[in-house]
Write a protein that binds this ligand. Structure first.
Ligand code: ADP
Ligand code: MG
Length: 696
């Protein structure tokens, strides 16, 4: 592996300095190791040659065989393109090039057989392919077995760097490295019957048959997951084994007063269980690192608050970090309100906190007069010093990765106990990958008396009815959310439809005050508008997803989501969780365009069928792939996943977790000779990812 990493990509046979630069800037490939780990995304079976006459629908990249009937340049200057009419006897299609025209014109001949490979698209009723890969049939036929198709960028394609090119470069490296050294311990590979690394790398690029390809994929997926699992488990065990935590044996005045006098309701069974789990962590003398998963509205905040009170009872400070200013403010208000009789001091620190106020908070943190600090990321900034921080709660929306958690732990000689709360449930295998270093508690019960939120899907023609039903709720004294999508790529249009929507809502419900919030507003204005709604003065809130996380207005009973088809399931579930917080029947109305894809309709229909966040999260991952979920969680996955698909590879995650457990059971610090190579690889991996997180 080291010799592969040491071989700079520009010295790989056939690459050279110019293309090396391209490969690095386009795909991050810097050396032979990176090249070998640029895996095909799909494969082309030599045996299938498509007929142009059979093209239909959304086509994958395919292989066709035929001849150019004509080749002509069209247009001039920058707009010049080369268009070939290509026929395979069944039908003809257009083949278009925008770059490299002179060379192609010299090389390509009419009346000569070619095999083209590319993705057909339909344009004005005609099929066309742009920048396909071209081979002469004799060459195409000598290649054996299944051929890998590599993920490429437009820029690379336009410079005539295609899959065939990758194959040749990779073949060159493999030929000059007759045996790639195994990196996983034999004790892991052997019992699981995994393919060797050498075989797997060769087979992933050039499989002899499908069975070999599948075994290679399994081995390589297992490998990347195994590194993550060993890293996560080792962090967890190290902290449990070595790190001392603040012992918190006392349950005292703060906790007891709160429990007996301030709590307006009984804890649910699940809340009690999780508080117990936290208690036993705090008694252990070890540092707590616990993830609390629970559905929207399951009462995570309360659990966090009780954990913080135990810290206070033991003479230490606690902090609660929220992902947005709105949420931090709301947590601060609920918590300071609830704690008033208990005599516990609570402060709020946000990015927008003024200097004088900030100074006061810094001071009271340092002299220990402030017990609990609530805030945004501002509270882990360098200037913030606690006298004795004993408990840190992160109420998060998948924004905190292993690296950031580590920074928090480093705030003290003895790191504080850490409680991470997810905003919504996440699928188990994803949790294992992103939060694998934490112990997990699940709040799997909602407070009693909650009526399931009635969710319906409605289309534009039904808008009037929707407004009628909404009006009835308003008349009955309830409050209403109306949410619009706002995404960066589409910001101008989105803001316009948001503004229009606001206008229409004001016109439709003239008797009620309407508050208006979006992410581009100044914090002060946002707070003011949110305040109007929270106090009940405004009965309708028109907003973008800034309200997604955590906002709590129990009197709200209707959530209307505009353009629901543009939201992910987990996001819809989060939004829906804003209502149904009181005892009244609540409603969630998903407004959608009529002409949506079947998949999209299925997604939205699922929302109308279940209110269980764990079911939604699992379905979201299955339907969309982990891409989106992962996207929002990217900072959480410690090492890159190149080949694993967390949505479909759950079984391999489990397999890697089990194997990692066995390995660390038998050799906790990986000091045995058999594990030396693996240990070095793992350390290198961790170092690289730490370097990255510093840069980004
Ligand atoms: P989430 O888990 O989404 O963070 P919250 O902590 O915001 O949920 O709680 C949602 C609502 O449920 C709050 O209004 C809270 O006061 C209420 N709540 C929490 N626990 C209970 C309980 N045991 N019984 C009744 N209501 C509860
Ligand atoms: Mg919450």
């Amino acid at each position: 592996m080291n010799s592969l990493r040491a071989l700079s990509i520009k010295y790989v046979k056939g690459v050279g300095p110019k293309r090396a630069e391209l490969l690095e800037s386009q795909l991050g490939i810097r050396n032979a190791y990176d090249l070998l780990h640029h895996f095909p995304t799909h494969y082309l079976d030599r045996s299938t040659v498509y007929r142009i006459a059979d093209f239909e629908g959304d086509m994958p990249a395919v292989q066709v065989r035929g001849r150019f009937v004509s080749l002509n340049t069209i247009g001039e200057g920058a707009k010049m393109r080369l268009v070939g009419l290509f026929s395979d006897g069944s039908k003809a299609m257009d083949v278009v090039w925008f770059k490299g025209i002179a060379t192609l014109k010299r090389k390509l001949l009419t009346d000569t057989d070619y095999v083209l490979f590319g993705k057909p698209s339909e344009f004005n009723g005609r099929w066309q392919m742009s920048h396909p890969e071209i081979e002469s049939p004799s060459l195409a036929m000598t290649a054996t077995g299944i051929r890998g198709i590599y993920p490429l960028t437009e820029t690379l394609r336009s410079r005539n760097i295609g899959s065939r090119q990758f194959q040749l470069w990779i073949q060159g490296v493999l030929d000059s490295h007759p045996s790639i050294k195994e990196t996983l311990p034999q004790s892991v590979v052997g019992p699981l019957g995994l393919m060797s690394l050498d075989d797997a790398i060769r087979a992933i690029h050039c499989p002899s048959d499908n069975a070999a390809l599948q075994r290679a994929r399994l081995r390589l997926k297992f490998e990347e997951l195994f590194y993550i699992q060993v890293d996560m488990l080792r962090r967890n065990r190290r902290r449990k084994g070595e790190s001392v935590g603040h012992p918190m044996p006392r349950v005292g005045d703060a906790f007891n007063t709160f429990y007996t006098e301030c709590l307006p309701f009984e804890l649910t069974g699940a809340q009690k269980r999780v508080v117990k789990e936290i208690r036993s962590d705090l008694l252990s003398g070890r540092q707590m690192n616990r993830l609390v998963q629970g559905d929207v509205g399951s009462g995570k905040t309360l659990v966090a608050l009780m954990a913080m009170l135990i810290a206070v009872d033991n003479g230490m400070q606690a902090c609660l970090m929220a992902p947005t200013e709105i949420l931090a403010t709301q947590h601060f208000e609920t918590i300071s309100e609830m704690l008033r009789p208990a005599g516990v001091s609570v402060g709020l620190l946000k990015g927008s906190t003024r200097a004088a106020e900030r100074r006061k908070i810094h001071e009271s943190l340092r002299d220990g007069s402030l017990d609990i600090l609530v805030g945004t990321h501002a509270i882990i900034e360098d200037g913030v010093e606690f006298r004795n921080l004993g408990m840190a709660v992160i109420d998060e929306q998948h924004r905190f990765g292993v690296a950031q958690r580590a920074r928090l732990w480093a705030k003290n000689d003895v790191g504080p106990h850490v409680l991470v709360m997810t905003a919504t449930p996440i699928p188990r295998t994803l949790a294992m990958t992103v939060y694998g270093d934490l112990d997990v508690s699940v709040i799997d019960e909602l407070p009693p008396g909650r009526k399931p939120i009635a969710t319906v899907l409605r289309y534009e023609p039904q808008r009037l009815q929707v407004y009628k039903a909404t009006y009835a709720q308003l008349r009955a004294g309830r409050q209403v959310y109306i949410v619009y999508p706002l995404i960066e790529e589409n910001e101008k249009l989105d803001l316009r439809s948001l503004n229009e929507g606001y206008g229409i809502v004001c016109d439709t419900f003239p008797d009620f005050k309407v508050a208006f919030v979006h992410g581009r507003m100044k914090p002060a204005e946002k707070d003011y508008q949110m305040g109007l709604f929270a106090s009940g003065e405004a009965r309708i809130l028109v907003a973008t997803t800034v309200i997604e996380v955590g906002v709590n207005v129990p009197n709200a009973s209707v959530m209307i989501i505009e353009n629901a088809e543009r939201f992910g399931l987990s996001q819809l579930h989060q939004l829906r969780g804003r209502v149904g917080r009181g005892a009244d029947q609540s409603y969630c109305i998903l407004m959608s365009r009529h002409n949506i894809a079947t998949d999209t309709r299925k997604r939205l229909e699922l929302m109308t069928q279940t209110t269980d966040g764990f079911v939604v999260a699992e379905a979201d991952m299955q339907m969309r792939g982990p891409g989106d979920i992962e996207g929002t969680m990217q900072s959480g996955v410690p090492f890159d996943l190149r080949i694993t698909n967390l949505a479909t590879d759950g079984a391999i995650v489990q397999m890697a977790r089990d194997a990692a457990t066995r390995l660390l059971d038998s050799d906790p610090s990986l000091m045995q000779a058999d594990n030396a190579v693996f240990r070095r690889e793992l350390e290198a991996c961790i170092k690289r990812s730490a370097d990255w997180s510093r840069i980004s």
